[in-house]
Structure formats: C-alpha cells, structure tokens
Design a protein around this ligand. Structure first.
Ligand code: SF4
Length: 339
C-alpha cells in the first residue's frame, strides 16, 4: 500500500482520482472503478503497490512487441485490477479482482530490479497481464530504479489514461504496447466500459514523444469486425501516427463473459490485406496457420528481414543499425538503442 498520486480531496472527504479518464469520485472506505485505489479518510491509497499476481520471463514478442529488441526475453510483472471491464478479457481473474480476492506476493521495486538483473540477456521489465496504468506508483518507482541499472521498461496498456500521468509515464517507460480495441465509441462504452477518444489522444502523445509504440487490435466477430470501421481505424493510424506504425491484428478466442466463436481466418486475412495496403508493418497475432503476418518484410525492397515461427525469432536481414541489408532502409524500432 502507498498513497496514490494524481488525486484531490474534496471538503466532504471524498477523493477524486485523476489517473484515468473515469475520474472516479470515491467516498471514504470505497474504491474506484479499477478496484485497487481506495479512499482512506480522505487519502487515496494504491492498494496494489508492491503486490504481484504474476511474474514470468517472456519473449518480448509475447507483449506483443515485434520491433523492440527482437528475440530477447523480458521479466514480466502483473498485479490486480483494471480501469476497463472488457467482457472478453483473457486475464479477468486478475484484472477484475481486488487485492483481497486473489493470491499476491510482495515484491519491492528493489527486488523486482534485482530479479530482472539476474536473468540472462534480459531487456528489462514489462508491466503487463493486467492494466499497469492503475499500478502507476509501483511502476514508476520500479521503472526509475530499473533505468538506473541500464534496464528498459515496457508497458502493455489499454491507453486509457489522463494526459498528465501519461506525460509522466513517458519519462520512464521506453516502449508501449497499446490495445486499440475498436474504432467506435459505442463499442468502447458497451463492451469495455470506457471511452475511445482518450485512447486516441494517448496514442498521439506516445507517438509524439518518440517512444517505441506498437498497437494491437483484437478482432471480435460481430462486435468490432465491421470492414468500414477497420478502414477508418487504419486511415486514422496512417494520418495521425504515420504509415510506419506497427499494427498487430489479433485473433479473438472466447473468454470471460463472451462466448462468440473465434475470429474466422478469412476475416483476419481480409483485415491483414486492408491494413497492409496502408501500413508498412502489419502482423497477425494468435494465428500461425495463414502463412502471412509473422515475418518482418522490408517495406522498400520486399526482402524478409526478421523471421518468426511462434515466439522463435531470427534476424536474417538487418545490419547492426537496424537497416535492411538488401536496400539500406531503416526498419523502425529495431536497433538496440532506440525506445
Ligand atoms: S485509476 Fe481507478 S480510481 Fe482512478 S479514475 Fe481510473 S478507475 Fe477510477
């Protein structure tokens, strides 16, 4: 537990949390919508500080980040809680829980960094599995310490965060993997209980900062698989973030409250083709059998520069500066000093 950042206390003792666009008004003894920030006598407490629900060493490709230290492992940590309530959440057991409802182990920022330093070839620390924005205080303390030791910090996030805390996070987070769950306010409201516009603003801010950015769009049959909407989303990405933006189109499987059938492969192929006409780096996630969307292809000369088979990655066509060895094109985000 630690006192939270980004809140104010009203004269009546209620706290207003300014961390995410929900801006929860929280009465004494109650929690915000993320279930982990509680008003304790007019002070807002981050209950999940230093409490870890999951700790694994993952390939960075699993985040997914395909152009950030390809092929390297990263220590990955999660806690409890989330400011979104997606009915298709794959990690709902931890994301929709309070700190009292699931097993958690204590891990101080110092212990997290020591663990990261003991892992061979490790890039750094990824804050993932549940939403790291609502773990802000712990992420910040750990990330600053990690950075001092030469480690990188990665955030796997829904991007639903207010501008001021995001600006702070950009100082100590090196790479962002952001979910863009759809391109429709109704979808966000109905199925995630949040809003699209703040996510778009966050994406623009991250892009403007120069930090490494990859976007994931989970395609769910009947909920967000409208072709025109997908066209509009990819047009927005090109216009606001640039055609070099890395986009992962991910296959949905039934989870938590949603039992729709998995995304048809034909839909994924169609969306992959649409996105590939506009963006330089498009990948397919949760699907291996289509034979496309796994490798990085140089957008200038068409040669394969990074090969992937599952989470096995082989850099086959990049020089030390991350340029295509065939034509010299700089492939976004692939050098080890970027981000
Ligand atoms: S971080 Fe949690 S408490 Fe704060 S505004 Fe968002 S949902 Fe509410």
């Amino acid at each position: 537990m630690k006192e939270a950042g980004f809140y104010t206390t009203r004269d009546d003792g209620k706290t207003v949390c300014h961390l995410c666009p929900d801006n929860c008004l929280i009465a004494n003894g109650k929690r915000g919508a993320c279930k982990v920030r509680r008003n304790e006598d007019g002070r807002l407490i981050a209950e999940n500080y230093g409490l870890v629900s999951a700790m694994h060493v993952d390939p960075v490709e699993k985040k997914p980040l395909y152009h950030y230290y390809p092929g390297r492992p990263i220590l990955s940590l999660g806690t409890a809680g989330c400011n979104l309530h997606c009915i298709f959440c794959q990690n709902w057991e931890i994301s929709q829980a309070t700190v009292e409802e699931i097993p958690l182990r204590k891990l101080s920022p110092e212990e997290a960094v020591s663990a990261a330093l003991r892992i061979e070839d490790n890039i750094g620390i990824a804050y993932t599995y549940n939403e790291p924005v609502i773990w802000y205080e712990y992420v910040k303390d750990t990330a600053l310490l990690a950075r001092e030791k030469g480690l990188k910090n990665v955030m796997v996030t829904n991007g639903y965060v207010n501008p001021e805390p995001l600006e702070d996070m950009i100082r100590f987070i090196d790479a962002f993997s952001v979910d863009l769950k759809g391109f429709n306010e109704n979808f966000y409201k109905r199925y995630t209980r949040s809003k699209l516009q703040p996510v778009l603003e966050a994406l623009k801010a991250i892009r403007a900062s120069g930090r490494h950015l990859e976007i994931t769009n989970l395609v769910i049959p009947e909920l967000n698989d409208d072709v025109e909407e997908f066209e509009a989303m990819t047009d927005w990405i090109v216009r606001e973030l640039g055609r070099e933006t890395i986009l992962h189109i991910s296959r949905y499987f039934p989870a938590w409250k949603l039992h729709n059938a998995p995304t048809p492969l034909s839909t994924l192929q169609k969306f992959f083709d649409i996105a590939s006409r506009k963006l330089d780096y498009v990948f397919l996630g949760n699907v291996a059998s289509l034979g496309v969307g796994q490798d990085t292809i140089c957008p200038q000369c068409g040669h394969t520069v990074i090969e992937r088979l599952g989470y096995a990655t082989r850099i086959t066509g990049l020089d030390e500066e991350g340029r295509c060895v065939h034509c010299g094109k700089k492939i976004i985000g692939t050098t080890n000093d970027e981000g």
